[in-house]
Design a protein around this ligand. Structure first.
Ligand code: SF4
Ligand code: SF3
Length: 548
């Protein structure tokens, strides 16, 4: 097949099929090849790692980190820098050889990915990467390919959360080992649909574990989120906007900007940070700036302050702000300033100095607020009142409306859906999809705000905990609760969360705005038959069909 690249891992993929010349996200064919090579090298690494794990041996933590961060770097909108992929590939090759030596003699067949030796020049890496893409074997059964890629994309989602927990010093060995198991399985040439389906369900459970770990490390480090008003308006003075998911980066930045006069605004998925007692205590955490990730080019244009991108989702910086946007951790864009961690610390002095030089806003805007901080602890502290309200009929239904946001016009669906939910219903929301409606005043029901912000995408764990607690209180199955899930997807963390929900046998999920290109018709049919998963249609009709 004559194509420069093949990527269909996100919702934005060209024509709903695949990006084959350049990514709609801004990924060029060279970076796509370097990412394909990295996945190939990590599969080879996984082969030897899995042999050691099966012998009961432990994988060296540095290699675990490379595995997790390497997979994460290929997630949509994380890293676009060929040099960084050169480094990841070089390390993956070195660690592959290291584990290969530890494994020693192998009986039976060794897959070609394990025997492959990665070159040490970027142009040769790009050449090789072209051979190892998703379509490398055009004769592969499309359902097998679909489930194999579903597994790899799910793994990308898990890697984001494992990375985030590791930033706060916590890892889970079973979860880390699953990376080796899953990637090793993809090398087998006797893959069956059933085995791959089972692995995808296993991935859902591993993702649940890592989201639970992240919940415990977030709440353990920063306390349980509490209801908190967040200003969505500007304050006079120099500032830094911090985006992404990494609370540790935010905390270090807040610490280092204390007393400098630099205000900090959260952006995108960082907004739930305002609810954590150990983060909200910083007086220079002044508010939230802008909408979801896809609005950044417009919103950062000519910004009189700096931006720090901590995880996904970065878009091509415009010339008007490319000098004032910084990346850290796995995030990268060629030519953009990158802040490395040294001995567990990050030095933000350059970005702070830069923000002061830019001067910031010249006056205060009239303050407007929204409310965050309804994680499982706070929401379930109202469990008694919620249960009473359901029994008395004051609350008729719960909706979980959330997930990833994106640029497609069809995403107004989620705004319309939320706007049309009746007054006697509660909306739980999470992830950046909330920006479609989080500035609307939904009023209250049974003494509670109708819109409860549960947190980041990984706080899907909180939503699951709330649902399970309600099901226990009503002595029913989660599927029998008056609860409907209306989820938007864009990138691969949403894939991991969806697999978690399916692995918990949660049915009747509405998924939109379009279905993944990598899900083949047969695989979709299985998901429909087993879980009654449905594509979103139009907000009014879907709402009607739920509420009857
Ligand atoms: Fe296309 Fe999405 Fe892949 Fe980017 S990540 S190349 S937009 S499918
Ligand atoms: Fe949004 Fe990227 Fe997915 Fe954490 S920030 S949810 S799209």
């Amino acid at each position: 097949m004559d194509m420069k690249m093949f990527c269909y891992q996100c919702e934005q993929t060209l024509g709903g099929k695949a990006c084959t010349k350049a990514g709609v996200c801004g990924k060029d064919a060279d970076v796509a090849a370097l990412q394909d090579l990295l996945i190939h090298n990590l599969k080879g690494l996984a082969f030897y790692g899995q042999k050691l794990i099966e012998r009961g041996e432990k994988i060296n933590p540095t290699i675990q980190t490379l595995m997790v961060d390497g997979v994460f770097s290929t997630l949509t909108n994380v890293n676009f820098d060929p040099e960084r992929f050169f480094t990841y590939n070089t390390k993956a090759e070195a660690y592959k050889q290291e584990l290969r030596a530890l494994v020693g003699n192998i009986e039976g067949e060794v897959p070609s990915a394990a025997l492959y030796q990665s070159p040490n020049r970027v142009d040769l890496m790009i050449e090789d990467g072209l051979k190892f893409g998703i379509m490398a074997d055009p004769s592969m059964n499309e359902d097998i390919r679909s489930l194999r890629e579903l597994l790899i994309y799910g793994l990308k989602g898990v890697s984001a959360y494992a990375h985030q927990a590791a930033a706060l010093g916590k890892t889970n060995e079973e979860v880390n080992n699953f990376f080796f198991k899953a990637l090793n399985e993809t090398l087998k040439d006797d893959l069956t649909v059933d085995a791959l389906f089972g692995l995808n369900m296993e991935l859902g459970q591993e993702n649940l574990k890592v989201m639970e770990l992240l919940d415990s490390v977030h709440t353990g480090t920063y306390g349980h989120p509490v209801p908190t008003k967040v200003a969505v308006t500007k304050k006079k003075g120099p500032f830094i906007v911090i985006s992404g998911h990494d609370l540790k980066d935010l905390q270090m930045l807040l610490e280092q900007t204390q007393g400098t006069g630099v205000n900090i605004y959260t952006h995108g998925e960082m907004i739930p940070a305002h609810g954590y007692p150990e983060l909200k205590k910083y007086s220079n955490l002044v508010g939230n700036y802008g909408g979801a990730w896809q609005d950044q080019q417009k919103e950062f244009d000519n910004l009189p302050g700096c931006v720090l991108m901590t995880t996904n989702c970065i878009q091509k910086p415009r010339p008007s702000y490319e000098d004032r946007i910084y990346t850290t951790s796995v995030v990268g864009w060629p030519g953009i300033k990158h802040i490395e961690q040294v001995d567990g610390n990050k030095d933000f002095s350059a970005i702070i100095k830069h923000a002061i030089e830019l001067g910031g806003y010249t006056e205060d805007e009239e303050e407007k607020n929204i409310l965050v901080g309804f994680g499982h602890n706070t929401t379930l502290s109202h469990a008694g009142a919620i249960i009473e309200a359901v029994k008395s009929g004051a609350i008729k239904h719960f909706f979980l409306i959330g997930g990833c946001d994106g640029a497609k016009p069809g995403r107004n669906y989620f705004t319309e859906f939320a706007e049309n939910t009746p007054q006697d219903t509660v909306i739980l929301t999470l992830a950046c999809g909330k920006y479609r409606f989080n500035k609307i005043d939904f009023g209250t029901v049974a003494g509670l705000p109708r819109l409860l912000d549960v947190g980041q995408c990984n706080d899907a764990f909180s939503a699951i905990k709330i649902a399970v607690a309600l099901a226990e209180a009503f002595e029913c199955d989660v599927n029998d609760l008056p609860l409907s899930l209306v989820l938007s997807w864009y990138e691969q963390k949403a894939v991991a969360i969806l697999l978690t929900l399916l692995s918990l046998n949660i049915k009747n999920i509405l998924l939109g705005p379009s279905l993944p290109a990598f899900v083949s018709p047969n695989v979709l049919q299985v998901l429909v038959d087993k879980f009654n998963i449905r594509p979103t249609t139009n907000a009014e009709a879907d709402l009607q069909s739920i509420l009857g």
